[in-house]
Design a protein around this ligand. Structure first.
Ligand SMILES: Cc1cc2nc3c(=O)[nH]c(=O)nc-3n(C[C@H](O)[C@H](O)[C@H](O)COP(=O)(O)OP(=O)(O)OC[C@H]3O[C@@H](n4cnc5c(N)ncnc54)[C@H](O)[C@@H]3O)c2cc1C
Length: 451
């Protein structure tokens, strides 16, 4: 066991995973979490809020040693199933044959991470403990015991803040000189709804897809759960012509769903109950820098880079923070005072890039996925990738199925947008989508890019 210790604030997805990484290195780790222990609260892993896990997440989960366990309950989604307004379905693969994103239970994953972290003798959890303040001049952090009201201050040479989008630790850093901070809310909110299983436990829709009902300024998505249900999310503006504020009673809600999501209504017997019981939540993006303080306090996960959920990358990005930071510590010979500033400096551009990509993907999901030009673009992109696998990888694949740094993926997104502007302007591209003219434009673009 090392004679070194660290405090982690937050036992959410990233904090619990990071506890495992540090525990494996032999650190004495104390994890403080505002909420009660989800295990004591009787969480069984069956309930249904889910997340899309992709390559970056799997890589970290593998290093934590629980890939097998999570894989068993993860549902592969090799593509999107588009529901148009007439209820017709179209399937679009996300990547190549064999590539998929995976629907995993948020609670189930958090539970496994807590269990594995807790199995190390050098990790201790303190639930119902809220971080209230960090003394930046001294290595002291203060928590309030939510059950007794007692306030405790602890010394720690190393503090990792994985306390989410509204991080208390970041709040302290925000008050320091030259700390940059930007918080941006979408005009849209979201509400979770459910499609329960059939009585025999089977799914009411094809479980091998992420279902999307794109409707321009609003949409519903649905991810399958292992218990046969789907967790659906309605994304809708808070205000305006078609918005949450206009849905005031049962009749409004039913009329709205019948008009825009008619094929989903018979699948949602608890629609009205869910609609009124579940909160309308907001969607925030946070960019900030520096993510660290004097090589001994570091923000991780949503505390450093909260993003909108439209690329399914928030947790994946937070998990990737852990794998990158862990590898960097080895490169820096185990010296945190060098590793933390270097990580914060080099990783921030990736945090900003995935935030930008996630916002762009919102437009793609709600507007473009049903647009013929967009579908043509996807078809051409797949064809170019098949013909030039080394030279051309669609950005979605780069983000989702590779570990390429997000800032490179963002640069590639800009470059590919330019390429497709040219390709889609070609005459009769609809019929000649895999012809020589497209190839010529591509080769020309490639030569400009590689210059
Ligand atoms: C609707 C929606 C859908 C999403 N879908 C996906 C997806 O498909 N794929 C994906 O990769 N990501 C997705 N995300 C993003 C993902 O949920 C987050 O990126 C991820 O949860 C971040 O993990 P975290 O541990 O950094 O923060 P959190 O999960 O927010 O955990 C922070 C923890 O810190 C605790 N805490 C907070 N304040 C304090 C305090 N003062 N003291 C002590 N503890 C504190 C909290 O109780 C919590 O347990 C989605 C997000 C939303 C909103």
């Amino acid at each position: 066991m090392k004679n070194e210790s660290a405090i982690i604030v937050g036992a959410g997805l990233v904090g619990s995973l990071w506890a495992v990484f540090l525990a494996r290195r032999g650190y004495t780790v104390k994890v403080f979490e505002r909420r009660s222990d989800m295990r004591a609260a009787g969480y069984t892993g069956g309930k249904s809020i889910n997340l899309a896990m992709s390559e970056r997440g799997w890589k970290a989960i593998e290093q934590a040693g629980i890939r097998d366990k999570i894989e068993k309950v993860a549902i592969p989604m090799p593509g999107r199933m588009m529901h148009n307004i007439a209820g017709e379905l179209t399937f679009q693969p996300y990547g190549k044959e064999g590539e998929a994103i995976y629907s995993v239970s948020r609670g189930g994953l958090n539970l496994e991470l807590l269990n594995i972290a807790d199995s190390f003798p050098n990790v201790e959890f303190f639930f119902d403990h809220r971080c209230v303040e960090v003394d930046l001049n001294n290595p002291v952090i203060t928590f309030e015991d939510m059950k007794t009201g007692e306030v405790k201050s602890l010394e720690s040479p190393l503090i990792f803040a994985a306390d989410g989008a509204f991080s208390a630790v970041r709040h302290t850093l925000q008050r320091t000189d030259r700390f940059n901070y930007r918080q941006f809310y979408l005009d849209h909110g979201y509400k979770e709804l459910t499609i329960p299983p059939f009585e025999n436990g089977s799914h009411r829709m094809h479980p091998g897809a992420l279902h999307i009902w794109p409707r321009g300024n609003h949409m519903v998505i649905a991810l399958p759960n292992a218990d046969g249900s789907f967790t659906c999310t309605l994304f809708l503006p808070f205000e305006g012509e078609v918005s949450f504020e206009k849905l005031k009673n049962d009749a409004d809600v039913l009329a709205f769903f019948q008009k825009y999501y008619a094929d989903a209504v018979p699948l949602m017997p608890t629609l009205l109950r869910d609609f009124w019981a579940n909160p309308t939540a907001s969607l925030v993006t946070v960019n900030c820098a520096p993510w660290q303080w004097q090589g001994r306090i570091l923000l991780l996960g949503d505390a450093a880079h909260a993003i909108v959920p439209f690329y399914g990358q928030g947790m994946n990005a937070g998990f990737e923070d852990c794998t990158i930071l862990d590898a960097m510590l080895d490169e820096m010979g185990g010296d945190w005072s060098k590793t933390i500033p270097e990580f914060a400096k080099s990783r921030v551009k990736d945090g900003n890039a995935i935030a930008e990509l996630a916002q762009r993907n919102f437009v793609e999901m709600r507007d473009l996925v049903s647009d013929p030009k967009f579908l043509l673009r996807k078809k051409i992109a797949a064809d170019l990738h098949a013909k030039f696998p080394q030279e051309f990888l669609p950005v979605y694949s780069m983000v989702t199925f590779s570990n390429t740094p997000y800032h490179i993926a963002l640069q590639e997104d800009d470059a590919q947008n330019e390429l497709f502007r040219e390709i889609l302007n070609l005459e009769q591209v609809e019929s000649a989508w895999n012809g020589t003219a497209v190839e010529q434009v591509f080769r020309h673009w490639l030569s400009r890019k590689t210059k």
